[in-house]
Design a protein around this ligand. Sequence first.
Ligand SMILES: C[S@@+](CC[C@H](N)C(=O)[O-])C[C@H]1O[C@@H](n2cnc3c(N)ncnc32)[C@H](O)[C@@H]1O
Length: 238
Amino acid sequence: MTEPSADTWTARILTLFPEMFPGPLGQSLAGKALEKGIWRLETMDIRGFATDRHRTVDDTPFGGGAGMVMRPDVVDAALEAATADGLKPAIYLTPRGRLLKQELVQELAAGPGLVVLCGRYEGLDERVIEARGLLEVSLGDFVLSGGEPAALALIDACVRLLPGVMGAEATLAEESFNTGLLEYPHYTRPAEWSGRSVPEVLMSGHHEKIRRWRQEQAEETTRLRRPDLWDAYRKRKA
Ligand SMILES: C[S@@+](CC[C@H](N)C(=O)[O-])C[C@H]1O[C@@H](n2cnc3c(N)ncnc32)[C@H](O)[C@@H]1O
């Protein structure tokens, strides 16, 4: 781990597989921003905090059952080191957590960064989650084999909101979820493709008509695909 910096957004990842990082975060927008020093990525190998000869990080579950559980003493020591300079929040990625939404991504991007703990096996001993007051976050109602792909997704979503990462900040304002709606559909050249043409209004050059069409499309798509978002949007507008 390198020296902590007070003003650079930092993702500090606790993992049993540090070689999975930066992975996709080293490419494209996030990768360029990483190179430019707009954000920092630090990995800490949880296994380095095991104390026995075999560097054991897991054990069998009390009460029986399949699989292994990550030991609280080892994970706690890793968290102690990861949070020593005050970086927070400390997040545990788990299907049992609060569903990740753009609001939380925005909150995290506006802060100093995050410490993110990637689970493996059946997950983490509950006592360390309680003792450390970890913020439990889920990527969705499905089960990954480890927290690393979830950490990559969470960090990617945060990094693209950092100032200077995306070229046109205006595109962020119109994206899905920012307005409370899903985004309108996009089209580019060629204007005719495979017997399908681009909606005429988009070729009109009439900015107000285009704006209105996009708004209608965003509303209709949200109403049809995500009644939950649509209800919340209408309540806010009422
Ligand atoms: C095989 S999973 C454990 C699943 C756990 N036994 C359960 O049923 O909830 C191993 C690790 O993957 C990560 N993981 C799996 N699915 C996830 C999701 N939907 N969101 C965030 N992390 C997830 C967690 O860190 C978890 O500890």
